[in-house]
Design a protein around this ligand. Structure first.
Ligand SMILES: C[S@@+](CC[C@H](N)C(=O)[O-])C[C@H]1O[C@@H](n2cnc3c(N)ncnc32)[C@H](O)[C@@H]1O
Length: 305
């Protein structure tokens, strides 16, 4: 690694500058950049012109490609708005222009309704279910937004995954015998990943953090035995770092906002001390560090499951 950048630290630094200090040694990048939808971050202004934003994302793609290993994976989580659903797709095109191959188009599902009649005739399916967390919207035009993208970019399109590490059990166990390729009671979960937010009535320390399960699943999917170093260029309050610590992997993070890094480091040290921060205490932490609170979906608490 070039000078200054050490592993298992989050640097208060612009990610382009930060990535330029790295060599090509990153196995997995998992991140969620600002979406340019006017989210009220503590410091960052999330309202660039579309051209400015896309040329910035183009640069992120360009520089990240130089630090990612030939067989690495870049999991890019991004969503849009109901009135501007093109944002994630436009960003994906910037990655494409830089030679990234879209190896998997994964849908992060935040809420879903499953009618009993569609779930098959199994004794454990007792009624219709609706699971997950969503913001009801008052619109005659739009459905509420219950998915975001996780673009899985690679350099070759040929990166072998460890799909069964995040596999799901067969509903119909007779398939285990019937399908020769079946590997025990596990099958590929496919490209729809249901990852609900924890329900929190409290205000949150960061307006757009993702659940820890998201980076965790990306890392497992790439294959833990192939990972030496993980990068999150937009580290926020350290969710990717926590997933890495949980999975015993080295990480490097960049984040421009010192207050988010303070929260991230506090989450990390609590995690190391095996302490679980009760969800209702998250706003205490914010007050302690004079961080503005946001009413938004997100997860703060980390539990070691
Ligand atoms: C969508 S949030 C990431 C949240 C993170 N995944 C988490 O779970 O906490 C994007 C973050 O990028 C940070 N950011 C904005 N511009 C940046 C830049 N040039 N370099 C590094 N971080 C930046 C923002 O402060 C914000 O915290």
């Amino acid at each position: 690694m070039k000078d200054l950048i050490q592993r298992n630290r989050i640097y208060q630094m612009d990610c382009i500058k930060g990535m330029k200090k790295l060599r090509s040694e990153v196995d997995v990048i998992v991140t969620s950049p600002p979406y340019n939808i006017g989210v009220r971050y503590n410091l960052y202004d999330d309202r660039k012109t579309r051209n400015e934003y896309l040329s910035w994302m183009n640069e992120v793609a360009n520089v990240s490609k130089k630090v990612l290993n030939e067989n690495g994976s870049f999991f890019l989580n991004i969503g849009g708005t109901l009135s501007d659903p093109w944002i994630p797709l436009d960003v994906a095109q910037e990655f494409r222009k830089n030679g990234y191959i879209l190896q998997n188009l994964i849908h992060w599902i935040k809420s879903i309704a499953l009618p009993k009649e569609c779930m098959g005739n199994y004794p454990h399916n007792k009624s219709d279910i609706a699971v997950g967390h969503y913001k009801p919207i008052n619109s005659k035009r739009y459905h509420h937004d219950c998915q975001e993208f996780i673009f899985h970019f690679t350099k070759t399109g040929n990166v072998e995954l460890d799909k069964l590490s995040i596999g799901v059990p067969y509903q119909d166990k007779s398939n285990i015998r019937r399908w020769k390729s079946a590997n025990g009671d596990k099958r590929d979960r496919g490209n729809t990943w249901f990852i609900p937010y924890k329900t929190i009535q409290e205000s949150r320390p960061h307006p757009s953090s993702f659940p820890i399960k998201l980076p965790e699943m990306c890392l497992k999917d790439h294959g833990l035995n192939k990972i030496d170093l993980v990068l999150d260029p937009f580290m926020g309050i350290g969710t990717t770092a926590l997933a890495c610590i949980q999975l015993n992997k080295d990480f490097i993070g960049f984040e421009i906002d010192e207050s988010y890094i303070t929260i991230a480091n506090e989450r990390i040290s609590n995690f190391h001390n095996e302490k679980i921060i009760p969800i209702e205490k998250s706003s205490d932490l914010c007050r302690k560090h004079s961080i503005s609170l946001n009413e938004y979906e997100g997860e703060f608490c980390v539990s070691k499951s």
